[in-house]
Ligand binder design. Structure first.
Ligand SMILES: [Mg+2]
Length: 285
């Protein structure tokens, strides 16, 4: 082997070993669709800043609502005398008032997926934290005599652990009124929330709806992408006023809408449909 050939062989072998180590590194760090969203929710100050700002906005809107007896977040569900009723707020829990990023982080680090059984175990660990700004806002509302109803898809069986977690964090718990309205607590309370919202609106003037998912505002959440868009177009004046939406890039009905709500599809099928749901720019070169 002459010098030139030897050099070429060494370079080739170096390239191969480098390529090999890159491939190995890529294999040891599995891709996970939850990674960036969870990192943002748990570790970014950007998320904290957005959330705190939204609770400040909610406080301003609540002040407006208290000063204006005609103000309601649920005009189609109020009774004729709603203006004379006591004021309430309806808020979702998970990823609205409660931060469960440690659960999502656990799924990522263990390379596993959501399971309802493990979720109950998580709820009972009582390790959810309060969203930045949530407790100050809720205490302010309570100090004004406003009842806060927590309309959550945590189940009736998960309610004791949920209540204990919330009490530790300082949530106003409603005194002698049951303000934690869990899924399955009544026979017809499923995951769709509008009947629970109507249940509150029957006796209260609802100042604000607060959530991280379209389903916290309307049962149309389970509809198609087009139905959801049509609902948004129809209701866009509500957002940031009577309805406050919080950011949740980890999960939600927006995700399942992209693959027709069919969770029986494999992870790869769902990912393929999500990629196909994107509207790309096409390079011209
Ligand atoms: Mg939620």
């Amino acid at each position: 082997m002459n010098m030139k050939t030897l050099l070429a062989a060494s370079v080739a072998s170096l390239c191969l070993s480098t390529a090999g180590s890159f491939a190995q590194d890529a294999q040891t760090v599995a891709q996970n669709d939850l990674l960036n969203a969870t990192l943002w929710m748990q570790a970014s100050v950007e998320h904290k800043a957005v959330t705190r700002g939204l609770f400040d906005l909610a406080k301003l809107r609540l002040d407006q609502a208290l000063a204006d007896k005609a103000w309601t977040a649920t005009p189609n569900k109020e009774g004729a005398k709603y203006q004379d009723e006591p004021v309430a707020i309806i808020a979702d829990l998970d990823e609205t008032l409660l931060d469960n990023a440690n659960y999502q982080a656990s799924l990522i680090q263990r390379g596993t997926n959501f399971s309802s059984k493990e979720w109950t175990n998580y709820v009972n660990s009582q390790t959810s934290t309060a969203m930045p700004g949530a407790i100050d806002f809720l205490k302010y509302a309570a100090s004004k005599g406003v009842k806060i109803f927590y309309v959550s898809n945590r189940t009736k069986d998960e309610e004791p652990g949920t209540r204990a977690n919330m009490e530790k964090l300082g949530f106003p718990m409603g005194g002698n009124v049951d303000t934690v309205l869990s899924k399955k607590e009544q026979a017809d309370w499923g995951s769709a929330k509008e009947n629970r919202i109507a249940y509150v609106a029957k006796d209260y003037r609802v100042a604000l709806l607060m959530g991280d998912n379209l389903g916290d505002f309307s049962d149309v959440a389970k509809g198609s992408v087009a139905e959801r868009q049509a609902f948004y177009d129809k209701t866009k004046d509500n957002w940031g006023k009577t309805w406050i939406m919080f950011p949740n890039p980890e999960y939600g009905s927006w995700e399942s809408a992209a693959f027709g709500g069919d969770w029986s599809k494999s992870g790869d099928e769902r990912r393929k449909e999500k990629i196909e749901a994107l509207k790309p720019w096409t390079p011209t070169h």
